[in-house]
Ligand binder design. Structure first.
Ligand SMILES: *Cc1c(COP(=O)(O)O)cnc(C)c1O
Length: 406
């Protein structure tokens, strides 16, 4: 059956370089078909080298997922049952789940409008309020949303002042920087994801990153069933089966070679969307503060329905009708049934939390680095038809006139 339907444009599909095959074939040739192996060791070293800057050496532990890296990172920070953990509300659920799975309690922190990430003011308010109740959180979990780092120049001094360690969920932000320093190096421990939709992928996988070699080696120990040194199987603590396979790490090594190109293309896609749609009434793109160089993993924008004359959901529906995959921004954790009853600290207590609006009005547009210019133009035209029908008609008739006279 032939179809006249246009090809579906996906949100963020995997984008192979071709170089992955070399490393994967090497794993086959040497029969390293196992969790662990030379590709895993090399992938850890290569990513650590990529992140190390200004003489600060980073240490990596490759994991079966980003979620596993977050889980191990929380353990590394000493999170235990009954602890409080401050956590950015505007994120994917995998940031918060491991907190509860350790028996700890997440306390959610709002975003600010400047970065869409953890509000330093809300973080300070939470620490002050909890202190008056005689409580000090065990950890702070920040999230570098859609490829943009947090305002770490404000957040880290607050964390230090209150002596609370930071776990940086940089799952979406490999290749981004804050004040020139790579995302994934701001936390006492940090986590990346190489899920199929992320900026580079291993099909599924993650990485725990630490500035301290002992933290990384302890994570490797726990991720490999916590085997004590002995000729037999000896265990004194409960571990996990959280290591990355040598095949997946081969894919990751091939992907890491093209990381800079992938970031450049995602930034270009964001810039083109912003140029074409940024002037439309009621449309605002995720801001990129002067201190941030986002990877723009996903291009995100908000639609003010009253000013745009089109709601967020109407835009999503018209894109879906044209076989374009767009998504709402993450629904904040404090609004999820899973976390109902958990506390939330707003950026500005006299207003609703900022992240509630960023979710209500927020859209992520197709942003894959393999997207062609023609597909990008198709998405932009579809957005214009929904958001500025009169302008879209005018452009279409100009084009028609041009093609008649040309
Ligand atoms: C993708 C993602 C994760 C989880 O990573 P997995 O590799 O899918 O387990 C965690 N946090 C954020 C913010 C993510 O986007």
């Amino acid at each position: 059956m032939t179809s006249t339907q246009p090809q579906q444009i996906l949100l963020s599909p995997p984008h192979m370089s071709g170089a992955e095959r070399h490393f994967v074939e090497d794993a086959f040739r040497t029969n390293w078909i196992a969790p662990l192996g030379p590709n895993v060791d090399a992938f850890e070293r290569e990513l650590a080298a990529h992140l190390s800057c200004d003489g600060a050496e980073m240490h990596c532990c490759a994991t079966s997922s980003g979620t596993a890296a977050i889980h191990l990172g929380l353990i590394a920070l000493g999170v235990q049952p009954g602890d409080l953990v401050l956590c950015s509300s505007f994120t994917f659920v995998a940031t918060a789940n491991p907190i509860c799975q350790l028996g700890a309690e997440p306390v959610f922190i709002d975003s600010d409008e400047e970065s869409w990430n953890m509000s330093p003011a809300a973080l300070r308010k939470a620490l002050e309020t909890l202190a008056t109740e005689g409580k000090r959180p065990r950890a702070i979990v920040t999230v570098d949303l859609y490829g943009q780092g947090c305002n770490y120049d404000a957040i880290l001094p607050i964390a230090r002042e209150w002596c609370v360690p930071v776990l940086e969920d940089a799952a979406e932000a490999l290749g981004a920087t804050v004040s020139g320093k790579p995302c994934g190096t701001f936390g006492d421990v940090s986590a990346f994801s190489f899920n199929g939709n992320k900026i580079i992928t291993t099909s599924g996988g993650g990485m725990l990153v630490a500035s301290d070699a002992r933290t990384a080696s302890q994570a490797r120990f726990l991720a490999t069933q916590a085997r004590d040194p002995a000729p037999h199987y000896e265990h004194s603590v409960a571990g996990f089966n959280y290591r990355m396979s040598n095949i997946c790490a081969g894919v990751g090594r091939g992907q890491l070679l093209v990381l800079d190109e992938r970031v450049a293309r995602r930034r270009e896609i964001f810039a083109q969307y912003q140029r074409a749609l940024g002037g439309l009434a009621g449309v605002e793109f995720m801001p990129e503060p002067a201190w941030s160089r986002s990877s723009h993993w996903l291009t995100a924008m908000t639609i003010d329905a009253a000013r745009a004359g089109c709601s967020r959901d109407a835009l999503l529906a018209s894109l879906a009708a044209e076989r374009i995959e767009a998504r709402p921004t993450w629904k904040p954790m404090h609004q999820q049934p899973l976390f109902s009853g958990h506390r939330m600290f707003a950026h500005d207590e006299s207003h609703a939390p900022a992240c509630e609006r960023l979710f209500r009005d927020g859209v992520c547009l197709p942003s894959g680095s393999s997207m062609s210019d023609a597909d990008l133009a198709r998405v932009i035209a579809a957005c214009e038809r929904a958001l500025a029908p009169s302008r879209a008609t005018a452009v279409a008739s100009q084009d028609a006139a041009a093609s008649r006279t040309g």
